[in-house]
Ligand binder design. Structure first.
Ligand code: 5CA
Ligand code: ZN
Length: 407
C-alpha cells in the first residue's frame, strides 16, 4: 500500500574511518558489532490500525528511522519493509465496539499514521505492506509449512508444531514458564483443547461466521494468524535470512519468537534475522502506553496543539532506545527550548557562511555516538555543545541527515 513521502536525505562527506555499527541484539543478549553486506534488509513491525499513533509507536519508528539513517551513512543500501496488520482480532473488536466497518477504521488510522510519520520526518519504508493485500503470499507460506510437515490441523485451523523446532526460544531466550505467563495476554490461545503444545502458534484460522475470511483452495476459507503475516512478508520482500528485525520490546515474545521459528521452518535454515533490535516501552504514569489500555498521548494531538513535530522528535531522541521512560509534558518543554537553541545556532552559522575544522569534529563525534548502539542522548549532547559556540552551517546538514531534525 501507499506509504508516505520521505524527506530529502542530505549527503554528508564520506567517513574514511567508518567503524562497525554496534547495536544490541536481543537474541545474543548483548551489544554486537554488525557484520553486514553492503545491501541490507530491515523489517520493522508496523501498526495494527485500530487507534491513533501514540508516542510509544513514534519512539519505535523514530528508532528504526535512526538505525536506517546510520546504516546508510555507513555506506549500506537499505531495503526497509514495514507491515500493517490491517486485519486481526484487536482491529475487528474495536470496529465492532465503535459500530464502524473494520476496513474504514483501518483506512482512517493508517492515514493518520502516515501523516504523523511525515510530520516526524521518518524516512518512508521501501515497501509498506498490509495483510489484506498480502493474502496470497501468506497463503503460500502456510502451504509451504504444511507441505514440509511442520503443521497440524485442529478443527480446520492450522498450527505450527513447535515440538519439531529445536530453535524455538532462541530469539527471546525466555523460559517456558515465562512464555506461558504472557502468551494469552499477547494474542495467544494456550488453553485451547487439542493443541499439541499450548504455545503452538496459529497459522491459519478457518472462516468463522460474522468474521472476515478469504477463500483458499489450499487451506480452506479463512484468514492468517498474526505472526505468519510478518514471516511471509519479510520472506517475500527481503528473503531469509535478512539483516535486522525490529519492533518494540513487547514483540520479543511471542511475536518475534514465532515469526522467526516459522521463518526457519520455511527456509530450512538456521537464522531468520541476523540481529533483533527492540525499542523499550514508553509509558504514561508508570504503565505501558497502549491502545488497549487507552492511556495514550497521541502524536496527532500534540501536533494539533501546535507543538513543532521536530520538538516531538527531539523528545524521543533524548531517550536511549533501550531505556523505558514515561511521557511527561516537561520533556516537550525541554525539547522545544533545545530546538530553539539549535535553530539559533544554525542560523548564526549559516549567516557566518563558513566551514571549519570544528564541524568535521562534530560530525565525527555524532557518528561515533550513533554507531555506538544508537547513543542518541550522547549525540544530542554533542550538538548542544556545538550550539553553545555555534560556528558552522555544515552541522545543520548532519543534524538533518543523521538525526532527522530539520533546523
Ligand atoms: N501490528 C503489530 C506488529 S506486526 C503491532 O504490534 N502493532 S501495534 O500497533 O500494537 O504496535 C506497533 C509498534 O509499536 C510495534 O513495534 C510495537 O512494539 C510498538 N509499540 C507499541 N506500544 C509501544 C510503547 N508503549 N512503547 C514503545 N513501542 C511501542
Ligand atoms: Zn510483526
Amino acid at each position: 500500500m501507499k506509504s508516505w513521502p520521505s524527506p530529502p536525505l542530505p549527503v554528508l562527506p564520506p567517513d574514511p574511518a567508518a567503524g562497525p555499527l554496534r547495536v544490541h541484539d536481543t537474541a545474543r543478549a548483548e551489544i554486537v558489532a554488525l557484520d553486514l553486506p553492503r545491501r541490507v534488509g530491515m523489517y520493522v513491525c508496523g501498526i495494527t490500525p485500530y487507534d491513533a499513533t501514540h508516542l510509544g509507536h513514534a519512539a519505535t519508528y523514530v528508532t528504526f528511522d535512526l538505525l536506517g539513517r546510520v546504516l546508510r551513512d555507513a555506506g549500506h543500501e537499505v531495503t526497509y519493509v514495514q507491515n500493517v496488520t490491517d486485519v486481526d482480532d484487536p482491529l475487528l473488536e474495536r470496529a465492532a465496539r465503535d459500530g464502524i466497518a473494520w476496513q474504514d477504521l483501518a483506512t482512517r488510522e493508517i492515514q493518520l499514521f502516515r501523516d504523523d510519520m511525515t510530520a516526524l520526518r521518518v524516512l518512508a519504508p521501501d515497501h509498506y505492506r498490509g495483510v489484506v493485500e498480502s493474502l496470497s503470499v501468506i497463503e503460500s507460506a502456510v502451504t509451504a509449512l504444511v507441505a514440509a510437515g511442520a503443521t497440524y490441523a485442529l478443527d480446520g485451523d492450522l498450527y505450527l508444531d513447535l515440538a519439531q523446532r529445536p530453535d524455538f526460544g532462541s530469539v527471546s531466550g525466555w523460559s517456558r514458564e515465562h512464555m506461558l505467563e504472557v502468551f494469552a495476554d499477547r494474542g495467544g490461545d494456550p488453553d485451547r483443547p487439542g493443541k499439541r503444545d499450548p504455545l503452538d502458534p496459529l497459522l491459519w484460522l478457518a472462516a468463522r461466521p460474522g468474521e472476515p475470511s478469504w477463500p483458499s483452495d489450499r487451506l480452506g476459507s479463512g484468514r492468517p494468524g498474526w505472526h505468519i503475516e510478518c514471516t511471509a512478508i519479510a520472506a517475500e520482500l527481503l528473503g531469509i535470512p535478512f539483516a535486522i528485525q525490529g519492533g518494540g520490546q513487547d514483540l520479543i515474545f511471542p511475536h518475534h519468537e514465532m515469526s522467526a521459528v516459522q521463518g526457519t521452518a520455511m527456509c530450512g535454515c538456521a537464522t531468520f534475522a541476523q540481529a533483533y533490535v527492540h525499542q523499550a516501552m514508553v509509558g504514561l504514569d508508570g504503565a505501558k502506553m497502549s491502545k488497549s489500555k487507552g492511556n495514550l498521548v497521541l502524536v496527532s494531538r500534540l501536533r494539533a496543539d501546535g507543538h513543532d513535530p521536530m520538538a516531538i522528535r527531539l523528545v524521543l531522541l533524548a531517550q536511549h532506545y533501550r531505556e523505558p521512560w514515561d511521557w511527561q509534558a516537561e520533556l516537550l518543554d525541554q525539547a522545544t527550548a533545545r530546538l530553539q537553541r539549535w535553530r539559533q545556532a544554525a542560523a548564526a552559522a549559516a549567516s557566518a557562511g563558513r566551514a571549519t575544522a570544528d564541524a568535521e569534529s562534530v560530525l565525527q563525534q555524532l557518528r561515533q555516538r550513533l554507531r555506538n548502539d544508537l547513543d542518541t542522548p550522547g549525540a544530542l549532547a554533542v550538538i548542544d555543545r556545538w550550539a553553545d559556540d555555534a560556528s558552522d552551517g555544515m552541522v545543520a546538514q548532519a543534524v538533518d541527515a543523521l538525526l532527522g531534525v530539520r533546523l
